[in-house]
Structure formats: C-alpha cells, structure tokens
Design a protein around this ligand. Sequence first.
Ligand code: PXP
Length: 252
Amino acid sequence: MSNTSETAPLRLGVNIDHVATVRNARGGAYPDPLRAAKIAEEAGADGITAHLREDRRHISDADIEGLVQTLTVPLNFEMAATDEMQKIALRHRPHAVCLVPEKREERTTEGGLEVAREENRLAHFIAPLRDAGCRVSIFIAADRRQIDAAHRIGAQVIELHTGAYCDAHAEGDFAARDRELAALREMATHAHSLGLEVHAGHGLTYETVGPIAAMPEVRELNIGHFLIGEAIFRGLQPAIAEMRRLMDEARA
Ligand code: PXP
C-alpha cells in the first residue's frame, strides 16, 4: 500500500445518541441532541453519528429529520439492516449509512455485524443505499472472515468494533487488551489492503483512544458515550476538544 495513508487525516465523528437518552429519561425536549450536534460541529467534529434504533430508545425519527436539515458536516446514520430502516435511509440519503447488529435486550451494540452468514441478503440490502449515494459502512469485529465478506458484498467502509479492547483496558486485563489491539491493528491493515476505508469506534475514552488513533489505516473514529458523560464535568465543547487533541497527538 502507498504510504500516503500514514499521514492521512483522522476524522472525529461525535455520536449524540446519549444526549437523546437523557432527554428521553424525562420525556420533553431537553437536552436537545440537535444543539449538541451544533456544539460538536463548532468544537471541530468532522461528522455527527446517530443511531436510530428500532425501539427508538434514544434518537427519534424527528431527530434524524432535524439533523438532515441542519447539519453542516456529514451525518453517519447508524441502523439495523431492516426494511423499515432502509426506507428511512433512502428518504434522507445521509452521507453514510453504518449497518449495525441490533438486539432489543442489549444495552448497547454488543458485537459486530454477522456478514459472512448473510452475505446474499446484505449484498441486496446495501445495493440501493449505494445507488442513492450513501457510503455504506459495516460495523464489524476484527475478524478476517467478516471483513472479507463485507468487501465482497460491496461495502465501501468497515468500522472496527473497539469494545473488547476498551473493556479489557477498563478491567485492567492488559494482556487481553494488547491481544485485542494486535487483532485490530492486523485487521485494519488487511481491510485497507482490500481497498476498504477503515473506521473504528465503541467504548473509546481519553485513555484508550491513542493506540487506535495511531493506526495509519484508520480514517475516522466514532465516539459518543464517554464524550457525553465527560461533558457533564467540563462541558461538551472542551470534552470534544480534548479528544481531538489526543487523537492529533497520537497521530503525530
Ligand atoms: N460506532 C458504532 C457503530 C456504534 O454503534 C457506537 C455506539 O452507538 C459507537 C461507534 C460509539 O460508541 P460509544 O458511544 O461507546 O463511544
């Protein structure tokens, strides 16, 4: 691969789902995820990520509508690979559609999408999204079989699931953390060699972002829960600015 990727800029996508989680805890209109998106843009976010879950537990259809109308940076629309979500995506034509697995009982997206077993269905599922001009991304484990399948079905982007790496770090199991990191590194290189754009995310914090941001093949990080939590203590703009600084430091 060319070494231009070594200096490629690293984008930060700020996931605003959990602003909506807090709003929905009371019902009503605040805190407003659209206001959070505006502040994130001003703080240097390169994109906004929002996950419209089937049960609408955080982001609502009206939030997506509002984001599409007001954002000045690209929207990364996360969704399950269902007919309902496909219709919504085709109506809004966001910059990117990221396909994620979804189980109602899970607290957050627990694993990567199973692509290999559903190759045929997913190939047909993403074709109209690509035709509508959306960049199709697949949220995926650091698993060669799944990445190869994502490539075969015509995805342009994979987003590597960093949850296991972050969990191992939080539990102080540094041997497991380093194994996860090695797998992420190897699969970022592999995906890049296939021509896939590589993103990463889930569970990233100030402590865990550095080694992921340092991977030259990774072009975008999507970070939400930690930033929204940190915003309680230092405000959203400074919380994002610090993440941006740590990403740039690791990249350099
Ligand atoms: N990327 C994807 C595909 C996700 O599903 C999520 C969680 O919604 C994230 C990134 C962000 O994860 P976190 O909120 O833990 O930073």
